[in-house]
Design a protein around this ligand. Sequence first.
Ligand SMILES: Cc1cc2nc3c(=O)[nH]c(=O)nc-3n(C[C@H](O)[C@H](O)[C@H](O)COP(=O)(O)OP(=O)(O)OC[C@H]3O[C@@H](n4cnc5c(N)ncnc54)[C@H](O)[C@@H]3O)c2cc1C
Length: 318
Amino acid sequence: MSDVLVVAEGRNGELREVSFELLTAGRELADAAGGELHVAVITGPVAEYAAELNREGVDAIHTVDAGEEFNHDVYVQAIEGLYDAVEPGYVLAPNSVNGLDYAPAVATALDLAIVTDVVDLELGDALVATREMYGGKVETTVETPTDRTLVTIRGGEWPPAEGEGSATIEAADVEIDEDAISSTVTGYEEVAGGDVDIADADVLVSVGRGIEEEDNLELIFELAEAMDATVSSSRPIVDNGWLPPNRQVGQSGKVVTPEVYIAIGISGAVQHVAGMKGAENIVAINTDPNAPIMDIADYAIHDDLFDVVPALTAKFAD
Ligand SMILES: Cc1cc2nc3c(=O)[nH]c(=O)nc-3n(C[C@H](O)[C@H](O)[C@H](O)COP(=O)(O)OP(=O)(O)OC[C@H]3O[C@@H](n4cnc5c(N)ncnc54)[C@H](O)[C@@H]3O)c2cc1C
């Protein structure tokens, strides 16, 4: 029997979606291990965060009120302290910039096995973690025979936990040694175009190289406006400087899980699909019936985008 400790993540006073996905992954693992699901809430408005994270399946939430924003040294100390107090078997963290900052240090300090960027977990005689390699072309499995393991999970791979929970919420009895804090976060700045977070959008109208010219993007923005959707893109559009980097979907862009993802003139390279395969409904508009995106699309429109997009815009604007 092993408990699971999940480390939630917030930024600028808001919990990130991966925190709720971690609850689902954590609950599944705790069920398989016959243990409880504990959640660590470190820094930020911890009481608000804890209330939001109190979802079905969570047994206990531990808050560490130690500053507004992420700090490496605070996280490492807090997780170490919580590990000693809760004595979980497994620790789950997001495979985010922050998660990858503190997870190796925590694993080293606590002498835990560590597996990063995990997309699936199964517990039998050993913990079997699935990872993708070579841009998603190959899947590998990593077995850790011990329950003293820290796993970072990729966002968008587990559905977010829902339903109201009845977890105990308490301030953790964890001391943070201020003298051991060697760095300070002085501020947080979104990259250019930071007004939009494509990861939050319910409907994404995503454009690829098939659009041919920057001026043609107007067609895409018109469709997005008519559908009350957000515009995202494949990488070449960002590389061309036609849209800012925060609009890019994919392995080196953002992972998105909208209700509807409309891929317009996008071929569906593995690096792109890695960022959008979790969308509930995928619509592809492409002149090539053999484009890989057509295989994963729920609705594949084999036609010219310059005909289909204006027709869709007119329909939605009605
Ligand atoms: C390390 C690495 C990381 C990467 N990370 C990312 C990433 O995060 N995100 C990402 O997107 N890519 C990423 N890439 C690039 C990726 O490999 C592809 O090159 C890229 O996704 C292709 O973008 P695209 O589909 O827009 O263009 P293309 O592959 O050129 O596809 C254009 C599509 O438009 C269709 N088309 C053309 N004209 C029309 C028309 N008139 N009407 C309808 N359809 C039309 C074509 O049939 C074609 O399928 C990465 C690559 C590497 C090596």
